[in-house]
Design a protein around this ligand. Sequence first.
Ligand SMILES: Nc1ncnc2c1ncn2[C@@H]1O[C@H](COP(=O)(O)OP(=O)(O)OP(=O)(O)O)[C@@H](O)[C@H]1O
Length: 285
Amino acid sequence: MTTLITTNNLSKQYHNKKVVNEVNLTIEAGQILGLVGPNGAGKTTCFQAILGLTDFEGSVDVLGYNPNKERTAMLKDVAYIADVAVLPKWMKVEQALVYMAGVHPNFDREKAEAFLAKTNIAKKSKIKQLSKGMIVQVHLALILAIDAKVLILDEPTLGLDILTRRQFYTHLLEDFYSEDKCIIVTTHQIEEIEHILTDVAFIQEGKVVLSDSTERIKERFKLVAVNHENLAQAQDLQPLTANSIMGLTTMLFDNANDAQLSALGHISSPSLADIFVGVMTKEAC
Ligand SMILES: Nc1ncnc2c1ncn2[C@@H]1O[C@H](COP(=O)(O)OP(=O)(O)OP(=O)(O)O)[C@@H](O)[C@H]1O
């Protein structure tokens, strides 16, 4: 396996408060990592460090580059979508294509045009004539047309309708992703990307509290619809969460014994969103 990004004890503080706290991540080629955390958890700050946009403690290696010292060289192979898509308002869409082709050695104009052709955005339109969601789409078209080894997506679908969000993730897998690249993505709509993630890292108050492959995380956590008579016994196994709706109590367990759980009621596999809520609740206690 080829390691594309490593962070070693990455930390960042603002006004004496650690907003990123000793984050250790290793991201290999082929991985699509979801960095998931509540508002203010430190996701964007981690990205800024990886992209060399801020100073930090610890060390970061991206494709063999030090992002703070070798940013220009690194950015030939790294593409980034920030959580706020900003494009010059006076520019026409077609001018943005020409501009990107001029400044980025790995920009494929035909790819960007093919993506835009699937939208109802006219190339002659000025950015200021487009809706917020359309501007995001132009931005995505420009970034996904860069043949980058590393793609960093910070809330890439913010402001897009559900059809366009789905279209974006399909496009990401079919036209951008390949085994020699990696993608790190944050979103608060974890249920929409769960199926594409190979790996997940949960971050809370600057610390990574869980990091593993999606497969192993799914094996580790179990949801049980607990039969009424088994409630006390189930509580003894210390569930992460317990929700009662219309007389049915569903509990989330971490690393519990399958035989013990099946004696309590029906077992199912939780979604990443269920696991996220469970882990965040436990860490906050
Ligand atoms: N320039 C700054 N000056 C001071 N504090 C900052 C600065 N940038 C970020 N922070 C603080 O760092 C913490 C982490 O912010 P960050 O933007 O990394 O969170 P996030 O996980 O991306 O959140 P969200 O999901 O809301 O986008 C927050 O408490 C934020 O207030």
